[in-house]
Every structure is written in C-alpha cells, then in structure tokens.
Ligand binder design. Structure first.
Ligand code: APR
Ligand code: PHB
Length: 390
C-alpha cells in the first residue's frame, strides 16, 4: 500500500492531522494499534481552546461540538475557603474556552474520517516507522498475523507518550526534559449535575481538587492523591467525602453525588523531547510532549502541533517548498514550552507539595493572594488558559 503521509496513532493528533490533510487533497493512512472502541473508551480531559475549535470548524467536524459544547467565560480558583473568579472573557478581550469531552471530539473526528473515506487500519501490531532518515520511508505492521508495508513520503508520529515513534528516533539525535510530580490525580466521572456552571480549581491544605464537567448532567471531578494510592482503596463514598473536604462549605453543601461511571488514578509529569523531527518522521502531540493536566493543555497542544505540521505538509505537496517542514520543530516547540511553563506554574501554585517548607507554603498562598488581587496577574493567567496564538 502507498500513501503520501503515514500517520501512526488514531488519537486526537492523528485524526485531526488526517482530516486537515484530507481537506487539502493530501492522502493519509492512519495505522492504530488498538481497536476503534478501545480508543473511544479512554476518558480524557475536556477543555478546548478556540484554536482547537477553529481547526474542527475548518475540516467541518464541529457540528456536535457547537451543539453540545459548553462556552465558559471564566474559571474559579478556591483557596483560603473562598472562591475567586477569573473573568477570562473580560481579561482577554472576549475570548473563552469550550468544555467538550475529548472522547466526543475523537468520536466526531472518527465519524468525519469514515464519512470522507479516510483509511484507518485498527488493531495493527508491531507498527514501526522505517527508513525515515532516507528518501523512501515506510511503516511496517502486522494485521491478523499478515505483514504489511505502507510506503509514504512522510511519517507523522502521533502515537502518544508510550508510542513507537519517539522510541525509534536515533538516541544521539534526541534530547528529553522531564519532571515527574510527587502526586497523581484520582478522577471520577458521574452522571450528576456539576457543582458549579464553571470549573473550580481548589488549592487547599488537604490537596488540590478540580470540579469539571462534560455536560449539565455529567460531572468530572479530581482530587490530588499520593503516588502509592490504589484505586481499589477508593470507594465512591470515600471520594465524595474527600472532595467535599477540599471545597468551601457552600460548594460542599451544594455537591450532588452519585455512582461513578469511571474512576482512575493518573500520574502527573512534564515532558518534552527535542527536536520533534527526525528526517521524514515528524512527532506531534503526546508523542513529543506531556503536560500535567492542570492547565488543560494536552489536547490543545496536540492541535497546535498538527496545525503547524499540516500547513508544512500542504506547502510541500502544493508548492514543492520544504520551508515549513524545516521550521516545524522549532515553531512547535516554541509554543510547547510556553504551555509547559503555564501547566507547571499552575500545578506548582495549586497543589500541596509534601516537601514544601512552611516558608514555601506561605509563598504559594502569597502568589494566589497576589494573583486574584491584580488584573495584570489574572490577565496573564487568562491569556494562557484560553490559549496562546498559533
Ligand atoms: N502503533 C500504533 N498506534 C499506537 C502505538 C503504536 N506503536 N502506540 C500508541 N498508539 C496509539 C494509541 O493507541 C492512541 O490511540 O496512538 C494513539 C495516541 O493517542 P493519544 O495518546 O491520545 O495522543 P495524542 O493523539 O497526541 O492526543 C493527546 O490525548 O491522551 C490525551 O492527554 C492527552 O489530551 C492529550 C491528547
Ligand atoms: C476535565 O474536564 O477532565 C479537565 C478540565 C480541566 C483541566 C483538567 C481536566 O485542567
């Protein structure tokens, strides 16, 4: 089989890239390790920057997003027993975010790809990017025990943090940067109305908590937990009690609880690999970088990478110019590092670090007190939260 661009991974990055290329008349084949249903079974974050929405608009896959997505013009920070609203819209000249589950977005992209005749090979085994340092790259894989070769002009490694693409880069050509945080997030999904119409980021002494949602009837909550915590030790009742203990009295009172649909613990890390290009192999999304979910940047960074990469590939095939491809890594990394900074900063600000001295704990509180007292400081948070420009 032959295609112009072989995409490894059918998550948000791979699907968005495939459909942006399709819109430009460029052929792409996605090779995915898991089944369609497995990919859709993953519960991920749900805050979209306007740039991400714009890309979905551009490919014509945003109808349900505009129908069901929730426009949010503000977020709240809770500390010292009080909630403080950050007016995103006022502080950014009218910009906002849209709350819409990543699972829904992935489903919309899969449906759009199927309707447009895009080829996705699911349940492919032993997927490998090959000969990308030369002029004739290809992807090898096995399907149903039969070996396949997908010849292409370029390979997009959209296969996430644990994928094969970054692992295939020459060791002497790649540099990685990482911070693993001394805690994780215990998350619950439940069909109960959200405690508030906007997100609440809580940073009390007991630990971080986040009140989010998927719709007016489905809520997503998180509490910071130790890395040694096991999900089987967390009954729904224990989770709800801990969440209440990390909220202000009024919110704790208003909280509607119910049986969990999903409950899981995820570790937090900051990670970047440089560069994001190795010959004819280009990395995009979690394959190249990871952010702690505090800033809701993971999905949106994947969209930004794919915006740059799709533009560069279109320029190559349409105009025969490789300027965009040559600039891709530096251009993407410039935006990645700013989002890494924001996500690390908000994580450092809102979480309880067991190793922090009393002085450092006071510094955290002083940062928060200053933040909510200064329009300038809040504007800086707001412009990062709604998304820096591409
Ligand atoms: N071969 C083929 N596919 C693979 C391989 C492999 N060796 N390894 C992983 N994959 C697939 C995974 O099964 C997954 O469907 O690649 C896809 C990667 O998708 P994501 O991990 O979702 O990464 P990305 O598309 O970059 O999206 C980033 O999704 O995971 C969230 O928090 C993340 O919000 C961020 C966004
Ligand atoms: C979510 O709804 O899952 C979510 C929202 C905001 C975040 C992280 C996760 O910062």
């Amino acid at each position: 089989m032959r295609t112009q661009v072989a995409i490894i991974g059918s998550g948000p990055a791979g699907l968005l890239l495939g459909q942006l290329l399709h819109k430009a008349g460029i052929d792409a084949v996605i090779v995915e390790r898991r089944s369609r249903d497995h990919v859709l079974s993953r519960i991920r974050a749900g805050v979209l920057e306007s740039g991400t929405v714009g890309l979905l608009d551009a490919i014509g896959a945003s109808a349900r997003l505009h129908e069901e997505g929730l426009r949010h013009d503000g977020v709240e920070l809770l500390f010292g027993g009080r909630r403080h609203r950050i007016d995103l819209s006022r502080l950014t000249g009218g910009r906002h975010v849209t709350v819409y589950g990543q699972t829904q977005m992935t489903r919309d992209l899969m449906d759009h790809r199927a309707a447009s005749g895009g080829v996705t090979v699911y349940e492919a085994d032993d997927v490998e990017p090959r000969d990308f340092d030369g002029g004739k790259p290809f992807v090898s894989y096995r399907k149903g025990g039969v070996a396949h070769r997908l010849d292409c002009d370029f390979i997009a490694g959209c296969d996430g943090f644990h994928g094969v693409s970054r692992a295939s880069a020459p060791e002497n050509a790649i540099k990685t940067f990482e911070r693993v945080y001394p805690f994780g997030w215990l998350g619950i999904l439940a069909d109960v109305p959200p405690v508030s119409h906007e997100l609440i980021y809580a940073g009390e002494a007991r630990g971080f908590a986040l009140c989010s949602m998927r719709s007016a009837t489905r809520s997503r909550y998180y509490v910071q937990c130790g890395l040694d915590e096991r999900i089987e030790d967390w009954s729904d009742a224990r989770f709800w009690d801990e969440l209440r203990a990390r909220l202000d009295p009024a919110s704790a009172e208003a909280l509607v609880t119910g049986p969990s649909i999903e409950k899981s613990i995820a570790p937090l890390r900051s990670f970047v690999c440089e560069p994001m290009r190795f010959g004819r192999l280009f990395l995009a999304g979690d394959a190249a970088h990871i952010v702690p979910p505090t800033g809701a940047k993971g999905l949106n960074l994947a969209a930004g990478d794919v915006h740059y990469l799709s533009q560069a590939l279109i320029e190559h095939f349409r105009e025969g110019s490789d300027a965009g491809l040559d600039a891709y890594s530096a251009r993407a990394l410039a935006r990645v590092w700013k989002a890494e900074r924001f996500s690390w900063h908000l994580t450092s600000l809102m979480h309880h670090f067991p190793e922090n001295s009393p002085f450092e704990q006071r510094m955290q509180r002083a940062e928060l007190d200053y933040l909510v007292s200064s329009d300038h400081a809040m504007a800086a948070l707001a412009e990062n939260y709604v998304g820096l420009p591409y």
